[in-house]
Design a protein around this ligand. Structure first.
Ligand code: NCD
Length: 307
């Protein structure tokens, strides 16, 4: 169904294609041996020009669990980019060595550019403050697994909504579902970009509100999506220091929340969720990271056409 396709932006796949991946993921979760050797003999390049723990390792683990091989690098300094090679040249060459390319790059638009030079599938593992579509797949599958469905949810996004690419991608993906209510919780310096409100949410008639006060809305939420203040995208370190601890989720603040709230975070966490919340049954962020590996298995298998 998805053989040979690229995944650059969160709505590149249709709802049906996403559902197909979610169903495949469910099957992998219930039978860890399913697709065990499906990618035997295939190679995935993992090109990380920017730091990552979960995304890179979960992609690599996913490929290994499918029986495939992985090569690549984990920082730009160890690639020829540091000698001045263009991304176009790197991609043109690497795509002739492997069957699938996964790339993270600090420049917005870099994944789209890479896909133009590649005959094989390119997966965007994050392009600057722009998009992170496989985190979106992870987030959607988590909501689906823990809640049964995505339609009808009220989801609060809290923290750095300006630079957080996971928020941008998930918001865009959710705008295609019915009766979704979005609550954007951020300081005024870190609000969700205007283009998302104007070109995506208004056009799709998705309901949203904006507030600075988490405590005002906690009780309304089905999902609370916390985010880290994205230090690396700030031009001014003082502003980062002023905003970094704006929200810290604690057990006290969760007293007003629903019993079946799902607390998510793409991780890494810095200070925005107290570790005291980790033992709350509503904390889903570590489960979410685990699901990220399963959905990446489903995605790789589908793009390679081995399922
Ligand atoms: C996120 C990212 O890289 O955008 N992390 C991830 O992929 N799980 C979130 C972040 O870095 O804050």
């Amino acid at each position: 169904m998805l053989k040979g396709r690229h995944l650059i932006a969160p709505c590149d796949f249709s709802i049906d294609e996403m559902e197909y991946l979610f169903d495949l993921t469910k099957r992998i979760i219930s039978d860890k041996n399913y697709l065990r050797q499906a990618a035997n003999g295939k190679i995935m390049a993992s090109l990380f020009f920017e730091p990552s723990t979960r995304t890179r390792l979960s992609f690599e683990a996913a490929m290994m669990r499918l029986g495939g091989n992985v090569l690549g690098f984990a920082d730009a300094q160890s690639s020829s980019t540091s000698k001045g090679e263009s991304l176009a040249d790197t991609i043109t060459v690497v795509q002739s060595y492997v069957d699938l390319l996964v790339m993270r790059n600090p420049k917005e638009g870099s994944a789209l550019l890479a896909s133009r030079y590649s005959q094989i599938p390119v997966i965007n593992a994050g392009d600057g403050g722009h998009h992170h579509p496989t985190q979106t797949l992870t987030d959607l599958v988590t909501i689906r697994e823990l809640r049964g469905k995505i339609d009808g949810i009220t989801i609060g996004f809290c923290g750095d909504l300006k630079f957080g690419r996971t928020v941008h991608s998930l918001t865009e993906a959710l705008s295609r579902y019915a009766n979704v209510n979005l609550v954007f919780i951020s300081p005024s310096e870190l609000t969700i970009p205007t283009y998302i409100k104007r070109d995506i949410l208004k056009k799709s008639n998705t309901q949203f509100i904006e507030t600075e006060r988490l405590e005002k809305v906690t009780g309304d939420l089905d999902v609370l999506y916390m985010t880290r203040v994205q230090r690396e995208r700030f031009l001014n370190e003082e502003e980062y220091l002023r905003l970094k601890d704006f929200y810290i989720l604690t057990p006290e603040k969760l007293k007003a929340a629903k019993d079946d709230l799902i607390i998510m975070h793409p991780l890494p966490r810095v200070n925005e969720i107290s570790i005291k919340v980790d033992s709350d049954k509503r904390a889903a962020y570590f489960k979410q990271a685990e699901y990220g590996m399963y959905i990446r298995m489903a995605l790789i298998a589908a793009l390679l056409g081995v399922v």
